[in-house]
Design a protein around this ligand. Structure first.
Ligand SMILES: Nc1ncnc2c1ncn2[C@@H]1O[C@H](COP(=O)(O)OP(=O)(O)OP(=O)(O)O)[C@@H](O)[C@H]1O
Ligand SMILES: [Mg+2]
Length: 365
């Protein structure tokens, strides 16, 4: 079942994978993806993302557990009936075929007439801005161009499920952003279920319906982009997604929806207890740079504040990014919007900062 209660299109149930019979590179994967959903696997190198895609594609078998596609175990569906489009990290195009023939191949396999094939190939090539390259061979293309062809070949037959492993890795920023937009649009328009792998957290946040954050062979958090960014469930996710300030301390007062944390230098802050439950526990608190307030009149009366010294001010156009020394650390970042009445802080200036306790999360130490 997916989060909205509908039957999952893709399911991983208690899946484990070991390549050598000893080390588990996927430890206990439970993941249910709805039909038409765009799901991204995000995580550091070696965390098991490609392994999960390979198992779903049927190129690797799970050591334990079960993977089902539309309710049927993947192992029982012959490869040509899986209807899966794939773009892998090493995008293998057929070297002896032209671009046009590469794209035509998956359509011919499915018995599509020539007249129908031509329109589909043109559309798929236009999407990746490669319409003029239809007669070239892969060896006559740059790495980024080959990657775009691999992408359009995976989508040309409008598969029910597409697996993409870093499909935009070799492209420049502008082309990457254009294609991010094109891929999500096309996937949603055609109702394609997509499992997408990337290292790039901005890409994950902007493209996905949900993001699964991987680390060490496990999903650390699975949530919609805004939930992931605003409500990280542990320190790994808080630090992996977006910019984040981390303060170390010990819980010194505990209530239901608020706690007090005494930092290593003795100063006291308010936080939301997420991964702590009692006084005396060590914690890492996480606060986003844009949620830090430096105008104490905007804080609730009685809120704790911290004294800070400005170390560096960086003008970034739309925002100001200021680095502070706070509670004994000198890499505390605040971000403020470049508004007409916004003050530009100067190095050496002393200010007071605070935040709403619900924006400051007490996580695992
Ligand atoms: N065929 C293989 N045989 C043995 N070990 C493998 C094999 N493929 C991957 N591994 C190991 O499994 C672990 C997970 O690898 P995987 O390729 O799934 O990571 P990943 O999250 O895709 O990383 P990256 O972001 O670098 O692509 C790694 O430690 C890797 O060395
Ligand atoms: Mg990989």
């Amino acid at each position: 079942m997916t989060s909205d209660g509908s039957q999952a299109f893709v399911s991983f149930d208690r899946v484990q994978k070991s390549y050598d019979g000893e080390i588990l590179v996927v430890k206990d994967l439970n993941l249910h993806i709805g039909r038409g959903e765009f799901l991204t696997m995000l995580g550091p190198s070696g965390s098991g993302k490609t392994t999960c895609l390979m198992m779903l594609a049927g190129f690797e078998t799970a050591t334990h557990g079960e993977i089902t596609l539309d309710g049927k175990p993947i192992n029982n569906i012959p490869p040509h009936k899986r209807g899966i489009g794939m773009v892998f990290q090493n995008y293998a195009l057929f070297p002896h075929m032209t671009v046009g023939e590469n794209l035509s191949f998956p359509l011919e396999v499915r018995g599509m007439a020539k007249s129908e094939r031509e329109g589909k190939i043109k559309r798929a090539l236009d999407m990746v801005q490669m319409g003029d390259f239809i007669n070239r061979r892969p060896a006559q293309l740059s790495g980024g161009q080959q990657q775009r062809i691999a992408l359009s070949r995976a989508l040309v037959f409008e598969p029910e499920l597409v697996l993409m492993d870093e499909p935009l890795g070799a492209l420049d920023k502008q082309l990457r952003e254009t294609l991010q937009f094109e891929i999500t649009n096309l996937a949603h328009e055609l109702g394609i279920t997509t499992v997408y792998v990337t290292h790039d957290q901005t890409e994950a946040l902007t493209m996905s319906d949900r993001v699964a954050v991987f680390d060490d062979g496990r999903i650390q958090q699975l949530a919609a982009p805004d939930t992931l960014y605003e409500q990280p469930q542990n320190s790994f996710v808080a630090q992996f997604i977006g910019e984040n300030n981390t303060l170390q301390g010990t819980v010194s007062k505990m209530a239901d929806d608020m706690c007090e944390v005494t930092l290593t230098d003795g100063s006291i802050i308010d936080a939301l207890p997420v991964n702590v439950s009692q006084v005396g526990e060590k914690t890492q608190v996480s606060i986003r740079p844009e949620r830090v307030e430096m105008d104490s009149s905007r804080l609730t009366p009685g809120a704790h504040t911290l004294k800070a010294e400005v170390l560096e001010f960086v003008y970034m156009g739309d925002i100001y990014r200021t680095r502070l020394r706070v509670a004994g650390i000198d890499d505390f970042i605040i971000k403020t919007r470049n508004a007409p009445d916004q003050r530009r802080l100067k190095p050496g200036e002393r200010i007071e900062i605070g935040w709403r306790p619900q924006d400051c999360r007490a996580l695992d130490a």
